[in-house]
Each structure stands twice: as C-alpha cells, then as structure tokens.
Design a protein around this ligand. Structure first.
Ligand SMILES: Cc1cc2nc3c(=O)[nH]c(=O)nc-3n(C[C@H](O)[C@H](O)[C@H](O)COP(=O)(O)OP(=O)(O)OC[C@H]3O[C@@H](n4cnc5c(N)ncnc54)[C@H](O)[C@@H]3O)c2cc1C
Length: 727
C-alpha cells in the first residue's frame, strides 16, 4: 500500500511538471535536451534574450473535424488547449458524409450534437440506397438498400447512423467551441495575453523542438503580405493535420501500407434541377454510373439543396489535373460540365461548380502514434489514411480523439502516469490497421461491379502501368494520352446498350453476374455493425482476460467483409453494451435512458456495474476505497431486474455505507427481452469496471477474489499506468 502511495506522489509531481499555466515566461534560448533536435529548420535564434512565449498544456495542429472534436473533448474535461490551422478559412468541400453508429453515440454527449445532426440531415429514405446505372436517367443495373429495420429500433444503440456533410458538421463543432469560450482568430487578431481556447487560422506548423519543459513549436503566418514566424510552447502536441501531416514528417514517423490505389478528382457542384429529379425519381446516396462516354460516382450530399460531389478517376501523368483546374475557366466548364452531362444523361441548366479537388487514395497506417516521450501524438488522417469505402476515415479519427482525450486529461491532472498515452497507440493502432484492410476490401468489392460489366479496373491499371513503363514513356506525352484514352474508350464500349442487354449472350451473362453480386451483398457496403460498435481493445489501459488473443491474430482469421451483426459483449476492451434502464431513486426522472448515459462526457469518472448481491456490494465497497486512494472518481451502478421497486434503494444505501456515489437502476426491458446479464453474456455474480470512454477495463466474478483490496489496486495500477510502483 505504501509503495502505491509513494508512486502516486511521484506521479503527481510529474503531472505538475506537465501541467503548466497558459502563459509562462521562458527563455528564448533553449538548452538542448535529451530528446535531441527534430526539426531540420533552425530556431530563429534570439539567443539569451527573454521573450514572452505562449505556453499551453496541449497544442493541436489542424482544425479538421478530428482536431475540433479533440479540442471540445479536452476543454470539457478541463484541459486548456488551442488549435493551429494553416488555412485562413475552413474547407467547404463536403468530403465525409457518413457518420457511423459509434460516432453518433459520442456526439450524443456533445451538447445534443447527434440530435441536431438528425434534425438537419436529409430524411433517411433519401439516402439509404446505392444505385448502379448507365446514367441518372438511363437503365438501372441495381439498387441496394443499406438500412435494416434494426437500424431504427434502438436495440443495440440509442442512436442511428447519419448522412451529413463534413463542412456542415464542422460548422456545428465551431458553434460548440464558441460556447466553450473558443474564438477563431486571423493572424492580425491574436495579439493578446490569452492563448488558450483559440483557433489560430493561417498558422502553419513548421517545426517542433523538444525542450526541457516540453516542446517548442514553430509556426509561420502571413501578415500584411509578409511571412512571419511565431513560437509556442506546449507540454503535448497533437498532430491532427490530415493525410499529409507535417507533424508526422517532423517527428520522422513513416506510414506503412499500400499507396496510390486510385487517383480521383472531386467536383463539388450544385444543381437544384438534378436534386429535385433524383429526389422524386430515384433517391439515393451514391450513384455509380457506367456508360460508354464516362464513368464516375456521384455522391448526393443533399438532394433537396441539390448539393453533389462527383468523383472521377484519372490516370496521371497522361491525364493531368490541370485539365480540371480552376485557373482556366473555359477548361473548367468544358471538362466538368461535359463529364456531368455524360453521366447525368441530359444537360443541366443550373450546374454551379463550386470546387475541384484532386486526391489520391492510400491505405496506410503510421508506424507509431506517439513519440518524444509521450509528448507528440498523431490522430485522425495524420495517423491513418483509408480508401473512403465504408466511411471509416473521419469516424475512426473522431474515435481516436475520444480514446485520447480522457487519457490526456487523466495524465495532466495526475490521476494517470504519462505512460497511459502509450495505451492510446496500443488500442487505436490495431483498430486503424483493421479498418484499413476492411476499407481496402470494401473498395475492391466496389470494383467487382465494373469488373462484372467487362470493365476490369485492374486491366485499366495495368494498361496504365504499361504506358508508364520505360518502353512507352519514350513516346511523346500527347501520344501516350491519346493511346490511354483510346484504350479506355474501347473498354467503355463494353457498356454500350448494344452489348449490355438481355438479348446479347455476353450482355445477359454480365447482367446476371451483376445481379448475383447485389443479391449476395458482395458490392460496396455502407454499414459494418460488428466493427462499428463491436471493435474491442485487446491490450492497453485495461486488464485483459487470460487467454485473450491479440487483435491482429484474431482479425487476420476473419474474412473482414463477411457482414456480421454486432453482438453485445462485456469483455475488457469492448464498448459497454447499450440497454434501456430506469433510475429507481429519482422519482422525477422516470424516463428510460441508455446504460451508456451512466458515463458522463463532462468529467473523468469510472463506473462499476454490479448486481444487487452481497459479494458484489462487498467488491463495490473495496473499489470505492481503492479509487479514493488513487484519487480516481468512481460511481457504482446497481442494476436491478425489471419490476424492482424503490424500496430496494435502501438496501444499496446500507450495503455501500459510507459511500454515496451510486445509482440504483432497473432494466426497462420488454418481458420477452434478455436481462442485462444475459445481454452481456455474464453471470450476475460478475462485475464490470467501465472507463470514461465507455470501454470496459475489467471484468471479474465478485466471489472469486482472494483479496479484494489487493486485486483492485492491481486493476487501477494497470489501468492508469502505475503498474511499476506495485513491483
Ligand atoms: C471523397 C471522400 C469521402 C469521404 N467520406 C467519408 C465518410 O463518409 N465518412 C468518413 O468517416 N470519412 C470519410 N472520408 C474521410 C474524411 O474526410 C477524413 O478522414 C477526415 O477529413 C479526416 O479528418 P482530420 O481532421 O483527421 O484531417 P483533415 O480533415 O484533413 O484536417 C486536417 C487539417 O489540418 C490542417 N493542416 C495541415 N497541415 C497543417 C500544418 N502544418 N499546420 C497547421 N494546420 C495544418 C489542414 O489545413 C486541415 O484543415 C472521406 C474522404 C474523401 C476524400
């Protein structure tokens, strides 16, 4: 016991070192530290002279969705932070639009963000389908519905998935940040003494140097036509700066995986006419269009507003991005409108092209998520880049931020050791590796449709490789481009009505192959319930059960795209299963709520769930005692069977004496449904300890422990990274 206490004092000192006030006076000349210098650029050298440098506990680089979510979560947990953003305006390119179930659960805790999205998103009947056709007005090969009745019945989750454009989400996040006291500042607006709760626009992170006190971060910004530099000091730097992350490069972390899977151009455009036509005639989210003149995928972001993004594959260097460039308006109209015309099937009179963005599809995960003594951390696209097939990119990034926020807060407040940051990588990196291969499989499944139509993209890629080979590259670029387009148009000719019809033996064979792909669910999928809600951490800030296989080995044994339902599970590492419950005590609050709501999104608090039985009450008392010793807020929840009355409350009060932080609830289930313990595949003797991110840290039989206090000290030590102090 003494060794734990000594350890905690040491940890508290360490935390004090990490947690510094928002503005400090530091020397402009920095001594070299054991970290070594990481940036090729030199400090701008104001040696010896004293200078005011803003100092923040946490500095976030990149104000994309992931950086903004992280800043909200940290601020709610009491951590001071600011965000650097290299652009002077927020991107309005719609990009992500599918928000998965788990992310929506997290959004429920952000001041009603999930409910606000639901009130603003298009009705589900307008986006539940993917449609495969020759043009938007031409024959339909297939139409696949991606929603199931159980998506709406709130059995496995209190909320459903959503379809909402990334830039609209960003607007809602900025509103929440404003309510939390954040301000968005341009370089000319930020002179002042308060440095936390700022989104510093136009500030590009260009260097990172370790110092004795933390990190020195160099930024550049444009002021009155001149590039200037500003330094920041921070204890922790989080790189949420996207797929081409500068932070990742500055700290020398490599990406591992497949590069350049596909090059595409995204054309963001508005057309009310097209929106109204599709809304009435064939509503859907994605339209895969294949015809002899063009191939593309149309993403309907909002049919009512007529907002679309068209994804067009292109092959460089023969097809050049300049062909789509905004610089040449004539070219823009020629290229984009003509492609839209070919894909839509008739001339739209109201097309308004807003933005054109080239992008490259990769499938890569960073080799490390954490470096420089737990001070530099990567999240979101900076840590992983997936094909956007299945909508895992932003969702995985937001869930990274959720995993990280409580750990940073616990470390800075002294509850946890700095080594808890390592558990962020241990938990989230395997998830990214898994989601990468799932996205690649899903992307390949998407390619099965053109392949069945006689348009194998693998052949297009190999033709492209041959043309790029040293042999062909001796030909002038114009000839290469001509050859490539010639071969592609021969390929696209396979899609002509002459071939693709039931009377043509080849066409009929291809159409029946296509039908089989759709009927067997082998085309691109939107939902992955087993992964979305069922992902499970195998090691990290938790006490793994004996005999648990590591994530990678288990993941490699399943065929990822086999659509598996989510099966609630209460093993350590899993998300707490959802069930509706009623509070027994508060007579005023009789409305049912989710077990997920037992965890507060606004503070660090652990939760112990027990059944109302002697052994579990005893373990709960021991947990409260040890939590107090570790300075960790802990609440106990006693789940009673359906139909238990308020008088039960008195027994919990007596059993848990003198501890007061507990809640008695009853299952609000239909008589035919499973009990909480059956749902979790547990016996009622078992108790579970849940972390502030709603993941289970520990599960045990309450009557199977020899020494409750000793066991709980082991559990809290492992979970919070204090393990070595027990040795
Ligand atoms: C066509 C398409 C469709 C997609 N659809 C989905 C979907 O449906 N669902 C889904 O979950 N995901 C989807 N994604 C992926 C999703 O868009 C990304 O995963 C998401 O944008 C990642 O967010 P982020 O905050 O990590 O990075 P980003 O959104 O890239 O933000 C990074 C920010 O950092 C800034 N920055 C960069 N370098 C610096 C620097 N040195 N200093 C300061 N600031 C810097 C950038 O300007 C940018 O604002 C899609 C992607 C594409 C391309």
């Amino acid at each position: 016991m003494r060794s734990v206490a000594t350890g905690l004092i040491l940890k508290r000192k360490l935390a004090d070192f990490f947690y510094t006030c928002s503005r400090r006076r530091v020397l402009g000349c920095f001594s070299s530290s054991s970290f070594g210098t990481v940036d090729p650029r030199k400090s701008n050298g104001r040696g010896g002279e004293e200078k005011e440098v803003p100092h923040l506990p946490v500095l976030i680089v990149g104000a994309g969705p992931v950086g903004l979510i992280l800043s909200i979560l940290l601020t709610k947990l009491g951590v001071k932070c600011s965000v650097l953003e290299k652009s002077v305006v927020f991107s309005r390119h719609p990009q992500a639009h599918f928000i998965n179930n788990r992310t929506m659960e997290l959004f429920r805790k952000l001041d009603g963000l999930a409910e606000e999205i639901q009130s603003l998103e298009p009705p589900v009947d307008l986006w539940r389908r993917f449609i495969y056709c020759t043009s938007l007005s031409g024959p339909v090969f297939g139409s696949v519905d991606h929603m199931k009745p159980q998506d709406f019945d709130k059995t496995v989750s209190p909320i459903s998935v959503a379809h909402f454009s990334q830039y609209k989400l960003m607007n809602l996040l900025l509103q929440r940040l404003e309510k939390l006291g954040f301000s968005v500042c341009s370089p000319s607006e930020i002179e002042g003494s308060i440095w936390d709760r700022k989104i510093l626009m136009g500030h590009e992170c260009i260097s990172i140097h370790p110092t004795n006190e933390g990190l020195k971060v160099g930024t550049s910004y444009l002021k009155e036509g001149k590039m200037e530099e500003r330094e920041f000091h921070c204890s922790i730097l989080v790189g949420s700066d996207g797929a081409r992350s500068t932070v990742r490069k500055l700290v020398d972390i490599d990406m591992k995986g497949e590069r350049n899977l596909q090059r595409l151009v995204s054309v963001h455009f508005l057309s009310k006419d097209l929106g109204q036509y599709l809304l009435h005639e064939r509503p859907g989210m994605l339209f895969f269009i294949f015809n002899p003149d063009a191939i593309g995928v149309l993403v309907a972001h909002d049919l009512d507003q007529g907002e679309f993004v068209l994804q067009i594959p292109y092959y460089s260097p023969q097809q050049k991005i300049e062909d789509f460039s905004f610089k040449d308006t004539f070219n823009l109209i020629q290229v984009c409108e003509q492609i839209i015309l070919k894909l839509v099937g008739w001339k739209l009179v109201d097309v308004q092209v807003l933005d054109i963005k080239p992008w490259v599809m990769h499938a890569e995960v960073a080799e490390k998520y954490v470096s420089h003594n737990n001070r530099v951390i990567l999240v979101g696209d900076a840590a992983h880049r997936f094909p956007p097939a299945g909508g895992f990119g932003m969702n995985t990034g937001i869930q990274d931020a959720h995993n990280l926020a409580w750990k940073i807060s616990s470390m800075l407040s002294g509850i946890a050791s700095p080594s808890i940051i390592q558990t962020y990588e241990m938990e989230r990196r395997p998830i990214a590796i898994y989601n990468t291969s799932l996205s690649v499989e899903n992307f390949r499944a998407a390619m099965s449709v053109p392949a069945a139509l006689g348009l194998d993209p693998a052949i297009a890629n190999s033709v492209h490789r041959v043309i790029n080979s040293s042999l062909c590259s001796i030909f002038p670029p114009s000839l290469q481009k001509f050859a490539l387009e010639g071969i592609f148009s021969i390929g696209r000719a396979q899609l002509s009505e002459l071939i693709l019809n039931e009377n043509n033996p080849l066409g009929s064979l291809r159409l029946s192959r296509l039908k089989k792909i759709f009927d067997e669910g082998k085309s691109l999928q939107l939902q992955f319930p087993a992964e979305d809600l069922g992902f499970c951490y195998k090691e990290g800030a938790l006490v793994a059960e004996c005999g648990e296989k590591r994530w990678e080995s288990e993941a490699s044994s399943v065929h990822k795209r086999d659509l598996r339902p989510y099966i609630p599970c209460a093993k350590p590492g899993c998300r707490l299963p959802h069930m509706l419950i009623n509070a027994l005590k508060e007579s005023s609050a009789k409305a049912s709520f989710s077990t997920l709501d037992l965890i507060s999104g606004d503070k660090i608090e652990f939760l112990l769930i027990i059944a109302p039985i002697k052994g579990s009450y005893r373990l709960a008392r021991a947990s409260m005692m040890v939590a107090k010793e570790f300075d960790v807020p802990l609440k106990v929840c006693i789940i009673w069977p359906k139909g238990s009355s308020d008088k039960n409350v008195n027994s919990s009060e007596k059993e848990l004496e003198p501890w007061k932080n507990f809640i008695d609830v009853e299952e609000a289930v239909k008589p035919t449904s499973k009990s909480w313990w059956e749902l979790c595949q547990m016996s009622s003797n078992e108790v579970i300890l849940v972390r502030p991110d709603e993941h289970i840290a520990w599960r045990t039989e309450s009557n199977g422990i020899a020494d409750d206090l000793l066991e709980l000290k082991r559990v809290f030590s492992l979970m919070l990274g204090h393990g070595k102090f027990l040795l």
